[in-house]
Ligand binder design. Structure first.
Ligand code: NAD
Length: 363
């Protein structure tokens, strides 16, 4: 088994170091190789996704990714900006299925923006299609309008489109994931207004015939946005297209309290995956040793489960994270009165200690 380690920028290097430390105490044999990505790669090799980094990622069973980006790169031409590295990896590796669990740990219910009783025990899996939709549809651009409300005016346009195979493959992923959980899929669309999403709904309904043991409900995206803050525990697997998934997964992130707790996985048809925290490179706190490494550590657990076929090792990491939270250890983003504030490295050390059976204390 080979893992490509791509720490990236900002807090990326700090949080990935902790996840690597955790992987190293599991007594599993895998090779790990590190390469630069994002702004760090631009500085080192003139491109956010150098050929050698891409080759390493493609040749590995899984990629553990930190985060990329810094405001200082905002003036670079789009193709050279750090964020292009993620888009390039998604494209070249064919990562079409994005998994984002939104889990509210019992110990952190107070950190949610919702009332504790609405989020206690929350465990939703958001599955977002990642390579299609209006984000990638062609044609797109700027032109002079020939019709519409203001003919002759400058206008911009994008194209929303999904093909049948694109919808079918992500629908299979969603139904199969639901089978391993609460056996319920909510397919989120805007079929009342958009042709693309009426087609989405029709294809999902057809694919569902192969999964009679899984319940399927359809929900309009505006209602889904409301239900997520009204009664989020109603959802099991929430499954949708690229743009709606982008927005709803961030909304769901807030239900859990801190973005520093949320892992994510992006998988291709071969089970190869890119695993990363849901947050960015947090340049505002980079280098201070205060970032929460748990989202990255939990991403490593997802990697063991989904790409490396090591579910028991994944369970060990997840149990260790719960033990650390139960012991009252908190990084600044999830700290509250009565708990113990620790830094990035101390949090990583505590997870290692919980895995290896040592006492968890503030070092
Ligand atoms: P961000 O997620 O980096 O930070 C948002 C806020 O959350 C900040 O206040 C930050 O300090 C805090 N935060 C994030 N992760 C944290 C953690 N692990 N522990 C504690 N606090 C944490 O989003 P942003 O500020 O909008 O973007 C910063 C940079 O990251 C930009 O360059 C952006 O393009 C990039 N970005 C990268 C990714 C990625 O690599 N996948 C995703 C989103 C944003």
């Amino acid at each position: 088994m080979k893992i490509a380690i791509l720490p990236g920028d900002g807090i990326g290097t700090e949080i990935v170091a902790e996840a690597v430390k955790v992987l190293q105490v599991l007594d599993l044999s895998f090779e790990m190789e590190t390469a630069p990505v994002g702004g760090a790669a631009y500085e080192a090799a003139g491109h956010p996704l150098p050929e050698a980094t891409l080759r390493l990622a493609m040749d590995s069973d899984a990629v553990l990714f930190g985060a990329v980006g810094d405001w200082k790169y905002d003036k670079l031409e789009r193709a050279l900006r750090p964020e292009q590295a993620i888009l390039g990896l998604r494209k070249h590796m064919g990562l079409f299925a994005n998994f984002r669990p939104a889990i509210c740990y019992e110990q952190l219910t107070h950190a949610s923006s919702l009332k504790p009783e609405l989020v206690a025990g929350l465990d939703i899996l958001i599955i977002r299609e990642l390579t299609g939709d209006i984000y990638f549809g062609q044609p797109r651009g700027r032109r002079t309008a020939v019709d519409g409300h203001f003919p002759g005016a400058e206008e911009a346009f994008d194209t929303m489109r999904y093909s049948r195979p694109e919808i079918e493959r992500i629908a299979h992923v969603a139904f199969q994931a639901a089978r391993k959980r609460g056996k319920k899929v909510t397919s989120v669309d805007k079929a009342n207004v958009l042709e693309t999403f009426q087609f989405w709904k029709d294809v999902v309904t057809e694919v569902h015939k192969e999964y009679p043991d899984v319940e399927l409900e359809h929900m309009y995206v505006d209602n889904a946005a409301m239900q997520l803050v009204k009664a989020p525990k109603k959802f099991d697997v929430l499954f949708t297209g690229n743009m709606f998934g982008d927005i709803l997964s961030d909304e769901a992130a807030m239900l859990t309290g801190s973005i520093g707790m949320l892992p994510s996985a992006s998988l291709n048809a071969k089970g190869q995956g890119l695993y990363e925290p849901s947050h960015g490179s947090a340049p505002d706190i980079a280098g201070q040793g205060v970032a929460n490494p748990l989202a990255t550590i939990l991403s490593a657990a997802m990697m063991l489960r989904f790409s490396l076929n090591q579910p028991e090792a994944a369970d060990r990491i997840e149990s260790a994270v719960k033990a650390v939270l139960s012991a009252g250890l908190r990084t600044a983003d999830i700290w509250s009165e009565g708990t113990i504030k620790v830094g990035t490295r101390e949090m990583g050390d505590a997870v290692v200690a919980a895995i290896t059976g040592k006492t968890i204390t503030k070092s």
